[in-house]
Design a binder for this molecule. Structure first.
Ligand SMILES: NC(=O)C1=CN([C@@H]2O[C@H](COP(=O)(O)OP(=O)(O)OC[C@H]3O[C@@H](n4cnc5c(N)ncnc54)[C@H](O)[C@@H]3O)[C@@H](O)[C@H]2O)C=CC1
Ligand SMILES: CC(=O)C(=O)O
Length: 317
């Protein structure tokens, strides 16, 4: 199933895909990176441009503009192809168009004889990850969505800023839909092992109501960025590289990804953002947090909203 070197095929070299490729080149992640896109000229140009940075990279990565045939020996196929949100659009508005695009892409990837892991970033990511699982016929563990990895990163950044501590010492999750119904898990948020709610209770300078403002900024970050520059890509690109490392380097890292639930959190037949252990086999295990009542309700609502969109597409398939 796998060659001697790690090969990643990236499908979709737009804003997100090309940023991912650039971040990959700079982080010593894989030996081979293949670029595929409907817009062949763009993809070919990207491969040339990236290769010209190779003398400055930490280690060599063989990068080329390729085709679906290259997926046969790939360990990981990363999907960033499809439409992005225009100002005012929600992620869920993209579902019809991108599901159609994904059917064609996944058929071509599987037609190559691919037997690795899919990593999905295209929106609405939870539903498209489900679509890839259905279209590919691969085990659920080997189809992973970027889920709320970016939202969690946004939350950690903003909390680090608020408390003036290194964001890497902030441990807090956003779970649920990568979209408007996502939620923060304040009941499990800590800084260096100390619960955030305890830290806030001890010092007058912190106000619990500020947490709502921080969360709103996280939830609406994509709208704010798209309004200003038309798309978001650096944050997700780095999140995708983090996930690629966790997979290819067999890290057993806990990251908030879109994972298939089969009874966890009392839910089933849904891909949604939850913390999960990620390694060379894909999703090793979903981490089931004990949520408080309010968090449970919000999570169930997020599942319901996704199912309302997903079920008409996939029931009976
Ligand atoms: N999961 C996350 O956290 C995030 C997801 N996204 C999503 O990523 C996706 C891509 O966004 P951008 O890169 O900004 O869009 P973009 O429009 O810059 O790039 C999309 C690329 O897909 C290619 N493409 C379209 N149809 C194709 C097909 N059938 N086969 C191969 N390639 C095809 C296009 O030629 C284009 O190069 C969007 O759905 C966006 O919403 C964006 C940011 C964060
Ligand atoms: C576009 C998108 O999904 C994000 O930046 O969160």
């Amino acid at each position: 199933m796998k060659g001697k070197v790690n090969r990643v095929v990236l499908v979709g070299t737009g804003f997100v895909g090309s940023s991912y490729a650039f971040a990959m080149l700079n982080q010593r992640v894989t030996e081979e990176l293949v670029l595929v896109d409907l817009n062949k000229e763009k993809s070919e140009g990207d491969a040339m441009d990236l290769n010209h940075g190779m003398p400055f990279a930490p280690s060599p990565t063989k990068i080329w503009f390729g085709s679906y045939a290259d997926c046969k020996d790939a360990d990981l196929v990363v999907l960033c192809a499809g439409a992005n949100q225009k100002p005012g659009e929600t992620r869920l508005d993209l579902v019809e168009k991108n599901t159609r695009i994904f059917k064609g892409i996944v058929e071509q990837v599987m037609g190559s004889g691919f037997d690795g892991i899919f990593l999905v970033a295209t929106n609405p990511v939870d539903i498209l990850t489900y679509a890839v699982w259905k279209f590919s016929g691969l085990p659920k563990e080997r189809v992973i969505g970027s889920g709320t990895i970016l939202d969690t990163a946004r939350l950690r950044f903003l909390l680090g800023d608020y408390f003036n501590v290194d964001t890497r010492n902030v441990h807090a999750y956003i779970i649920g839909e990568h979209g408007d119904t996502e939620l923060p898990v304040w009941s499990h948020a800590d800084i260096g092992g100390k619960p955030i709610l305890d830290i806030m209770a001890e010092k007058d300078e912190y106000k619990v109501e500020d947490l709502q403002g921080i969360f709103t900024n996280v939830r609406d970050a994509a709208y704010h960025i798209i309004q200003r520059k038309g798309a978001t890509y650096y944050g997700i690109a780095m999140g995708l590289v983090r996930l690629t490392k966790a997979i290819l380097h067999n890290e057993n890292s806990i990251l908030t990804v879109s994972a298939y639930l089969d009874g966890e959190y009392g839910q089933s037949d849904i891909y949604i953002g939850v913390p999960a252990i990620v390694n060379r086999d894909g999703i090793r295990e979903v981490l089931e947090l004990i949520l408080n009542e309010s968090e449970q309700k919000q999570f169930a609502h997020s599942v319901d909203v996704l199912k309302e969109i997903k079920d008409p597409f996939f029931n009976g398939q």
